[in-house]
Design a protein around this ligand. Sequence first.
Ligand SMILES: [Zn+2]
Length: 101
Amino acid sequence: MDQLQGFGLNIIFLLGVLVFVGFCFMLLIAFWTGVKIMLLRRRQKQSDMETRRRKFHLDGRPIPPSAPGICHKCGSVFPQVHHLSDGRRLCVTCYQSAIEP
Ligand SMILES: [Zn+2]
């Protein structure tokens, strides 16, 4: 084998290695993107469940909106007071005792 033929084989071998490395790199990027999409979907699902848990009771009834204020029943100031549809404002504790029979 003369030097020119060896050089040609080396070039072909190097190009093959380059194409293989490029293919592996693309595969790695596709895999990483898939993992990121999976993690994003999982976080979205958890966020949706958290939002639903904050807005609805376990039996599906909606929890009234809340804001900082004074509870009508115990008279204290709370960072979260539920504004009921009948006009009352109850803290979380008083609201829990009011809805439970
Ligand atoms: Zn209260």
